[in-house]
Design a protein around this ligand. Structure first.
Ligand code: BG6
Length: 487
């Protein structure tokens, strides 16, 4: 295993108190992520105390963690590493109360034997966040601690403001890490590298050259056991006001004065401040057929499982450039792309029928999968007589570099950053509150949900929303397969 360079891990051993330890996110991402960080040597000293409503003991929690790893981890479980990890797990049922939780954390710290830090991870729905914060206060576990808050942070402006105020009664702002795992994705950070480490694209990164932008995250996934959470949340709160807007900020922000938390947050917040309020008329809400029959879902549910919208950033760089965002469950394909459409040339000397412009404008496309890809498409001449044009592309795939194995999964990266106290990739209270503010009109007067067939691209009206442009997805041509010769 590659040696972890010094300074990458946290300075102090960590006691992780994982609230929502038996929930979907913990099983899919957090437990496998902590296991990887531990077994790869990123966090030398640690203990993990799981907390949830389930009445388990430590062994029961270990079984659940192992089963989660088998089901969801992309990496192979090594038995010796697992044994070492399992020995560090403990569990406290929520009902056992503050004193029991305090005792478990103190026991873990005693085992570690040196000065430790505490990382409280709240992997719980918005309604359970404050009770967990109060419990931490009551158990006197605030000292030497940081707290990671999952999204959505509140459910609207008023609840986010009130959550921030109540949170500050227990934690200082510099202890609070509001997580948005899309910012931990390697390709999201690569947007910053791509834009600001190169002289080629930044000069054309504005309204004079860019026609429109799409951020498109269709998922084939349904809701599994999450319908109770999702019924209260819906696609807008689950994905747009969180992940998609955060990605939009990386794509749209001005160059920060330094690659540090304060300058980056400031530039992102300026984007959010410049956003025009979302107009309900610029939004398509959808619900897949069959959602209302699912367990835990109201038979007349108006919760959207799909959303597409148009929004604007009203500043010098972006005034008048539409940003189209789309995401939904049970759609035709699972993709995560940002697609930038460049303006077309003002005049064409190419003869009719040559094919110029026939396949849409030139595009720069980022694929936000963990092993990222990028493509720049353009018109070029088809070989042979005459002048026929075809859409061609330059493509990059992380797989080509042989470094794809080095990629840290988004949650792994962010948990490690929180343990180190590095908030560069975390969101701020100001930014979140502003995003709720631009959402107020939509949340108060949402357009009706329109049904769409599972396995489709959403309700028909998505085409009107984007006209005269067209959705980039589904792609006309698949990404080139780098492993296939001539592919
Ligand atoms: C989560 C949402 O935050 O992000 C889920 O709650 C969604 O509904 C998930 O499926 C998508 O994340 P990823 O990393 O799989 O693209």
């Amino acid at each position: 295993m590659a040696k972890i360079p010094p300074g990458v891990g946290p300075r102090f051993p960590q006691v992780v108190v994982l609230f929502g330890a038996t929930g979907d996110l913990a099983r899919r991402k957090l437990l496998p992520g902590l296991y990887h960080l531990a077994s790869a040597g990123f966090i030398p000293g640690y203990r993990i105390v799981g907390v949830s409503l389930d009445d388990l003991n430590a062994d029961g929690f270990r079984d659940l963690a192992k089963a989660s790893m088998a089901e969801f981890s992309s990496r192979k479980l090594v038995e010796a590493d697992w044994q070492a990890f399992a020995a560090k797990l403990d569990y406290v049922p929520l009902g056992a109360g503050a004193a029991t939780l305090k005792a478990a954390v103190e026991r873990a710290e005693k085992e570690l034997g040196v000065e430790c830090r505490r990382l409280h991870y709240l992997s719980v729905p918005p309604s359970a966040a404050l009770p967990a914060v109060r419990l931490i206060g009551e158990a006197q576990l605030v000292e030497r601690s940081r707290i990671v808050m999952e999204k959505p942070f509140g459910t609207d402006l008023a609840s986010a403001v009130s959550l921030n105020a109540k949170l500050h009664e227990v934690f200082a702002e510099d202890q609070i890490f509001r997580i948005d795992h899309f910012l931990g994705k390697e390709p999201a950070q690569n947007i910053l590298a791509f834009r600001f480490a190169n002289g080629l694209f930044e000069p054309i990164w504005n309204r004079n050259f860019i026609d429109h932008v799409q951020i498109d995250v269709p998922e084939t996934l349904g809701l599994g056991k999450r319908s109770a959470f999702y019924e209260q949340t819906g696609a807008y709160r689950d994905m747009v006001v969180t992940h998609l807007f955060q990605i939009l900020a990386f794509m749209a922000m001005e160059p920060p004065t330094a690659l540090e938390p304060a300058p980056i947050s400031e530039e992102k917040n300026k984007v959010f401040r410049s956003m025009l309020p979302i107009q309900p008329g610029d939004v398509v809400r959808g619900q897949y057929n069959g959602y209302r029959d699912e367990e835990g879902v109201d038979a007349e549910s108006e919760t959207e499982t799909f959303i597409a919208l148009k929004c604007f950033i009203d500043n010098w760089r972006w005034a008048g450039v539409p940003f189209f965002l789309r995401t939904g469950k049970r759609m035709a394909e699972g993709q995560r792309i940002i697609s930038i459409a460049f303006r077309e040339p003002p005049k064409s000397m190419f003869p009719p029928g040559s094919g110029v412009g026939a396949q849409g404008p030139d595009h720069l496309t980022f694929d936000l999968a963990d092993a990222s890809k990028m493509s720049l498409s353009f018109y070029g001449k088809r070989p042979g007589p005459g002048m026929r044009l075809d859409k061609l592309s330059l493509q990059f795939a992380m797989h080509d570099t042989g470094l794809a194995g080095e990629v840290l999964e988004a949650y792994e990266r962010l948990i490690l950053d929180a343990m180190r106290g590095d908030r560069t990739l975390f969101t701020t209270a100001e930014g979140i509150e502003r995003l709720w503010q631009v959402s107020t009109h939509l949340l108060e007067s949402p357009p009706p949900v329109r049904l769409y067939p599972a396995g489709s691209w959403g309700p028909k009206s998505i085409h009107q929303l984007i006209a005269p442009h067209a959705w980039r997805l589904p792609f006309e041509r698949a990404w080139r397969n780098p492993n296939k010769l001539g592919g």
